[in-house]
Design a binder for this molecule. Structure first.
Ligand code: HEC
Length: 106
């Protein structure tokens, strides 16, 4: 008697576990999509400015490997313009501010 009762009970538990894991899986899926979107939206515009303006002649790594103070970055930007870089004064300013903030002199 005890045995016949415990079998259906076990299968109910098993199906609840299955249901539970399906729900948990759905939740994980849903919540992982949201941060991915948020991360893409918050991807720093200035990082994409580097991609846009600084990756045509050399790797962006060449930029991010450097550490310079504000006047050295300004000089570097002028030199890149001498090399033929096309950039608006606004983007030039934004990039310089970004570089000084993130790749400033150590
Ligand atoms: C038109 C081509 C061109 C573009 C666009 C360009 N560069 Fe350069 N860059 C060069 C060349 C050529 C060199 C190597 C000669 C030199 O250092 O001047 C170089 C070297 C560098 C160096 C290493 C030398 C140093 O001064 O530390 C840095 C840092 C650099 N570039 C930053 C940038 C940044 C930041 C951008 C985007 C805002 C950029 N570059 C876009 C041509 C370019």
């Amino acid at each position: 008697m005890r045995l016949t009762l415990s079998i259906p009970a076990a299968s109910v538990v098993a199906s609840l576990l299955l249901l539970g894991s399906a729900v948990a899986h759905g939740t994980v899926k849903g919540s992982s999509a949201a941060p991915a979107k948020a991360a893409a939206a918050s991807t720093n515009d200035d990082t994409s400015l580097l991609e846009k303006h600084c990756s045509s002649c050399h790797a962006v790594d060449q930029v991010t490997a450097a550490n310079k103070n504000a006047s050295d970055w300004a000089e570097t930007m002028d030199r890149m313009i001498d090399h033929g870089m096309q950039i608006t004064p606004e983007d030039n300013k934004r990039i310089q501010q970004f570089l000084v903030a993130h790749y400033g002199a150590k």
